[in-house]
Design a protein around this ligand. Sequence first.
Ligand code: FAD
Length: 464
Amino acid sequence: MANIIKNRVYVSEQAVNQRIKNFDEVSLGYNKEEAVREAKRCLQCRNSPCTENCPVHVDVKGFIKLLAEEKFKKAYLKVKEDSPIPAIAGRVCPQENQCEGACLLGKKYDAVNIGKLEAFLADWAMENGVNEEFNIKEKKQKVAVIGTGPAGISCAVDLRKNGYKVTMFEALHKAGGVLQYGIPNFRLPKNIVDKELSYLEKIGIEIRLNTVIGQSIPFDELRNTYDAVFVGTGAGAPIFLDIEGEKLNRFCSANEFLLRTNLMKAYNPKYDTPVILGKRVGVIGAGNVAMDAARCALRFGAEVHILYRRTKEYSPARMEELHHALEEGVNFKELVSPTRIVGENGWVKGVELVKMKLGESDKSGRPRPKKIEGTEFIMDLDTVIVALGTRPNRLFLSKTPELKTHKWGGIIVDNGLMTNIEGTAAGGDAVSGGATVIEALGEGRQAAKILHNYLLSKKLTTPG
Ligand code: FAD
């Protein structure tokens, strides 16, 4: 067996006291020498559990071997075979539950830092102007992709590589979905998103921004103009608590706060998007969205408290996000649940919380939190941000009643991701509810395959 190097090569980061005052990327990433050293830790084991555990099946062992041999271009192209947006996925995937979670080395020592190696290669390729080259054999058939988040992106790319004319439609003024409007710059710099997505137009995908399907263009019109459709409209509708006080000023959803901060660039002093938080901010929830909201509020100068009904070890956030949030000084109030938002003259003044205890495990394997009756107390706050998850975006669905959905709003699909409407597939958060970037990418790829087969069969059966 090769020499085992137990510990990861350290990834430099901005110092804590410096980074809480800016929105620049926290991780400084690997340089060439560090990346090669980390790549050499890979055991190149016979099976590839890392690849099996990746929803888009990146050939992890393959690209890491090339990287260890300093064949950067080949290593990058190997990643690109399966992952259309490696600079993004390398930065935001929950690797600890996927490729790195399955890494054999990680069973005893530190898993290989696959995410940071992927991001290193993608950044290196951008800096050196390296692009994939392929010959697209043009087909006549046209496909419409609704939504430009990860699900739409991977579906569009695979269909385009197969020669279809692909047009993507996006409601917002920027492409990228959550990558653009949700995940903050300090985790996913927007110049990286813009550069990585510029590849879509380079390979001939048309992107129409500011176009809400169901409103600007009716779905029927789209169905009649295109040979097939992919619906990747995401899950951007926030879930509220349905308690007293949710109409008060300075109570908002994390989605609204993050959209203002990221897409509307409140974090950049050159823009005049208002964000008024006051001194003390409470964030309800403890997932990635809650961590993002908390860390943004902190950077706007607030004292921030995460309010969570379990304890932090059960937080569904990525390990790195939780670690960074705590390191940066986000306070974590465990075992509490809000019962009402307290207001004065129309503005938030605090939140009433009840203490919780942990009971037996629920379906997720985490202990179920239970109220301790009579333990209500009030915490003074200037702003309350709710980050309890999201549901599929409703506008498109409400204008397309013929599309079958579950009661909670998710689009119903068969095993191949086809909906009940002929020639229409769906994937990503619009189908599953809030999930992950890599799962959305995986479903986009799967849908591209099924639509390709559908279009082939249609071509064979269409007379003339
Ligand atoms: P989206 O990314 O939501 O994209 C859907 C797009 O469709 C949007 O751009 C929307 O504007 C557009 N759209 C909607 N309706 C219409 C219409 N009618 N016409 C035209 N366009 C329309 N996952 C991770 O793996 N790691 C993380 O660290 C992580 N952090 C997150 C942080 C936040 C704040 C949030 C909100 C989510 C996070 N996630 C993370 C989850 C992940 O981003 C999503 O699972 C993923 O983006 C889903 O991709 P999607 O393509 O299905 O939808």
